[in-house]
Design a protein around this ligand. Structure first.
Ligand code: NAP
Length: 307
């Protein structure tokens, strides 16, 4: 029986682990299917306080983990598949092994959204990517495509022009969710071509195990055509990782945890931290702050319960 299990090893989960471990709660951190969370897919983080020269995303999150381990936090590789929050102790299944805890901190984050194209998943890592900062450098002097109309799409398209000879930005309508400054920056970049009112029907070529092109469709006319690209980047938002908790805690229509104030969910003893609840700020520093809050609330809860 654990005092606290923390689900997720991103900035939120590992900061919760520092606080919980330092409070002597001997937390178990379940690393999750994306160890280190989204920071692990980033390059330079320039806005995390305390690093005047910036820090690489993976270094930042691994440092936080090391700091938590220094105080005795234990990290377990695996992901949560099921949870039973109907009674205490809470139970979570980590790749088939059930673990029990008095308090649970859900810091499972959010994962990139995919289009669901027939060949998309088969070509992930072979030209299909959700992370321009991770994979952009592979496309020096090649043509690439970015899908999306939000800030992420503008940021990724602009970033990719450092390497690619041409970036086609495909968006399904004419209006953008992106902020004006980021849209203007992308529009002013001569390497970025905008393709609006269009969608991608599929990506080629599985038989060669690499991306060679995509099938496009004009959403106004229905016309379809093929375009050659070497890299295909998705920037169409994220999905919160809350599947094991559906029907147990309150979620909003998109699946983000609905907070009951502070780090509380509707179940006493179950807390949230980071992007799994936050659809607005989504920053490393806000996730870290949320992890701190969740651990302090778990500690207070355990103390109140006499543990
Ligand atoms: P977002 O704002 O939700 O935009 C997602 C985009 O993907 C939308 O344009 C949407 O189209 C499109 N999309 C979604 N599903 C699609 C589908 N199935 N097919 C085609 N297109 C699809 O997500 P985001 O860009 O990741 O940004 C999320 C948050 O992070 C925002 O608050 C943003 O400001 C913030 N952010 C900030 C920065 C920065 O300031 N540096 C950088 C990145 C992100 P529709 O518009 O038609 O729905």
């Amino acid at each position: 029986m654990r005092n606290v299990i923390i689900l997720g090893s991103g900035c939120a989960g590992s900061t919760a682990a520092i606080y919980a471990a330092r409070a002597g709660l001997n937390p178990l951190v379940v690393v999750g299917h994306e160890p280190g969370g989204q920071l692990f897919l980033t390059t330079e983080v320039e806005n995390f306080p305390g690093f005047p020269e910036g820090i690489q995303g993976p270094d930042l999150v691994l440092n936080i983990q090391k700091q938590a381990e220094r105080f005795g936090a234990e990290y377990l590789y695996g992901g949560v598949q099921e949870a039973d929050l109907s009674k205490r102790p809470f139970r979570v299944s980590i790749d088939g092994n059930w673990q029990e805890c008095r308090t649970l901190i859900i810091a499972t984050g959010a994962s990139a959204r995919w289009l669901g194209l027939p060949n998309e998943q088969k070509l992930i890592g072979h030209g299909v990517s959700s992370c321009a900062t991770c994979d952009g450098a592979f496309y020096r002097d090649q043509k690439v495509m970015v899908v999306g109309g939000g800030d992420s799409a503008m940021e990724e398209a602009t970033f990719l022009t450092r390497f690619a000879s041409e970036v086609t930005l495909v968006h399904r309508r004419e209006e953008f969710r992106a902020s004006k400054i980021m849209l203007d920056r992308a529009r002013a970049n001569p390497k970025i071509k905008f393709l609006l009112n269009a969608t991608v029907d599929d990506v080629y070529d599985v038989s060669q195990n690499m991306v060679t092109g995509v099938k496009l469709r004009n959403l106004m006319t229905g016309e379809t055509w093929d375009q050659e690209v070497a890299g295909f980047f998705l920037a169409i938002g994220h999905i919160p990782n809350t599947k094991p908790f559906v029907g147990q805690i309150d979620l909003d229509p998109d699946g983000y945890i609905l907070s009951k104030g502070g780090a509380r969910t509707k179940i006493p003893g179950v807390f949230h931290a980071g992007d799994v609840q936050d659809r607005i700020y989504r920053q490393a520093i806000t996730a870290a702050g949320a992890g701190c809050m969740a651990a302090m609330e778990a500690e207070k809860f355990l103390e109140h319960e006499g543990h």
